[in-house]
Design a binder for this molecule. Sequence first.
Ligand code: ADP
Ligand code: MG
Ligand code: MG
Length: 904
Amino acid sequence: MKRVFSFGNGVAEGAGLGKETLGGKGAGLAEMTALGIPVPPGFTIETSVCADVSRGASLDGIRAEVESALVRLEHDADKRFGDAEDPLLVSVRSGAPASMPGMMDTILNLGLTHEAKAGFGHAAGERFARDCRRRLISMYGDVVLKVPKSKFEDAITQAKLRAGVTSDAQLSAQELRALCTRYLQIIKKNTKRPFPEDPRAQLWGAIGAVFQSWDNERARSYRRLNRIPETWGTAVTVQAMVFGNLGDDCATGVAFTRNPATGEKAFYGEFLANAQGEDVVAGIRTPHPISASGRGDSLEEAMPAVYAQLLKVREALEKNFRDMQDIEFTIERGKLYILQTRNGKRTGFAAVRIACDFHDEKRITKKEALTRVDPEQLSQLLAPVFPASEKERAVAEGRLLARGLPAGPGAACGRAAFSAERAVEMAQHGDAVILVRAETSPEDILGMAASQGILTSRGGMTSHAAVVARGMGKCCVVGCGEITIDSRYAHLMAHGKTVTEGEYLSVDGTTGEVVVGKLPTRPSEVIQVAVEEKLKPADSRLYRQFARILEWADEVRRLGVRANADTPRDAHVARAFGAEGIGLCRTEHMFFEEARITAVREMILAETPEGRKKALAKILPMQRGDFVGIFREMGERPVTIRLLDPPLHEFLPREPKALAATAKEMGISIDVLKGKVEGLSEANPMLGHRGCRLGLTHPEIYEIQVRAIFEAAVEVAHGGRTPVPEIMIPLVGAVAEFTRLREMTDRVAHDVFRETGRRVTYRVGTMIEIPRAALLASEIGAVADFFSFGTNDLTQMTFGFSRDDIGSFLPQYLEAGILPYDPFATIDFAGVGQLVAMGTQRGRAAKKNLKVGICGEHGGDPASIQFFHETGLDYVSCSPYRVPIARLAAARAAIAGAGLSRTA
Ligand code: ADP
Ligand code: MG
Ligand code: MG
């Protein structure tokens, strides 16, 4: 079987074979060659060989094929490899099916042996030959012979000192010659062997080492982070060298066919005259723009003919690949060569604009446009922003405090507060606040809501702080282990810097950076149009393109998208982003509001049912008011309201100061209060007295909630709208739990209908979040109107993991490959996912038109959404700010299901 594919002189054996076989780089070179774009000739060894090398097999199996490809390359390049007079030099380049920028190795100038050097020098100049040679020796020494790079760096630094110059380019032929000698000594000393001067030995050494670079540490961790399978492997391309460093009619550069930050249709790139490939990226000299900028330093002005040729290449590439390309090019004595092309990485802003523009240019269909925007990227369009220049300046000034996990995208700036109460107080004084905690708990909700941004030193991407912040659309950095927080003295420390309460912090939730001091932010344009309604769509191109992508998504998706929304404000945001209903309204969040928490505590502390009823009577009108607001906002769209879920002790204070204050407020002694708190405390609250268990043992709580819901619905219906409440019973594990609470709900509903003389349509359903409920889905399905999978609890209970403590071992589990990914972020397809599939199937077998949705965090995760689409759910529900992401992800799931590749 053929495993080596030549390209050159307009012919490419591998054209059409694709990235899986040839790697991205090899495939791009083959395609470009076939298109007639100038590419130095070469050949690519396919990715399957990499697995053999990883397994320790020798390269003997491909030796003959490589030799004959080399003969062909010599013919195409019209030079011989190893020739003493005019040698062919080659590069050996890595290239995986997925882009892994800078993670693997490439070696240049192979074949420049001691013997070939003089001949090469005749053709290209002696100084140049020595410069190429020292690059070869150090690269080969580093990549193949594993001599620490720093040894070569030290040697060149000393050479420059001795010569009294500052840049590599100023070293003379003589000095470079001495440097080469020094490099050869370094190799001899470190490897106990001389540098290989046989061209074949150099070539094979390089091929083997580049294949092995697939397994280096940084490539492995990059793959883990980006979920690139270990089995793919890299391809290796051997290619004739071209030189951008032969003089002033030479150059090297990189370019994007469109602006990768904004998506603007402008040729965007940088170049360096008289330089070799790596120099541009390495930042050795400041590169110049390729397109004229009025400063007279552009490639367009310096080499207009080459620039015109580049423009043609740009057009041909976009036409062929039908996407924005990122290219590397080199100009040797006025002749242009393209060395690489790939789909360019881009920001969310650019992705949306490029997708729309390519569609308008009639190059791609709407469906293809949808596959060009990663749903996750849309969150960038919603987040407030730090202007880039401001952040760069702060970092340059040494104001970077630490880095954590970017849990909630966006930019926030405010005064540090070290407790939720202080955050609320400071916010009431009109201050912007950053809440800084070791970790957060439900007690901190108000403080979180009052803050601009949240910073924690512990916890991961699914910690309480992260989940709640994302739900609120707030900027959040978690797990920032470099900082030490002392909330008693209200300060934090990191790297010798101290920040005390009231001092300014700037938090970048998109990158995880935390900066001391104030950086200005502005709300995103999309938010200004959609939510704040301060800007008109006509005035924001960004918004219009965002909206177009989502309209196209709505045309193809089958899965419904609802939002998890607890307040009228959440509901407004949800609507603004196109939610088709509310899939989860958590009533307890309303209980934490200041005016109510007192009444809630009265209810909990009451000694008699009468006392409880009295307190609940205070809560009723407040809850009714919330529901009225939500129903008004949502109109005819369904609103799923979950009855009280958390255990009661979550509503009681814990800290001594707060205990004292509450005791005073309630008119009871602190000891009685403490006794009560102790009495309610549980060994394992996650499995405790909560959800429907609470509803069955304290019936008056659920009754008052149901009453508030129906009174609100009737009131809104009176105003001419027809709200559709869906009462959701949490934590059901036994059929009787559900049937009894359903009876209660029906009874209270009919009471309200009788009292008011009006009725509304409603449904009663349950969350499926205890594995037993999934097992009994046929029985429960027979009596419920809908299921909503609560995948947070379902994951906790199926794995027996507590979401809040998982941080102590999950990182190790992931590192060791015991779990492939965090099951709280992406649904565990193999286990929890099967419960969802089975529950859906059994439920629908019992009731054909049973509505089935999901309302866990997974509802906003694109990979999970794909699974829910395939499983046949009716809708997903996610936090309001993730609704656009879910709409796009649902569309992409539908497209993938219909056969158009997701990566197309
Ligand atoms: P990476 O994947 O890290 O970008 P590349 O294989 O693209 O690695 O090569 C690194 C650098 O060397 C690039 O700047 C590239 O343009 C340059 N380079 C690679 N092969 C050649 C060649 N045959 N002639 C000239 N420059 C080359
Ligand atoms: Mg490259
Ligand atoms: Mg739950």
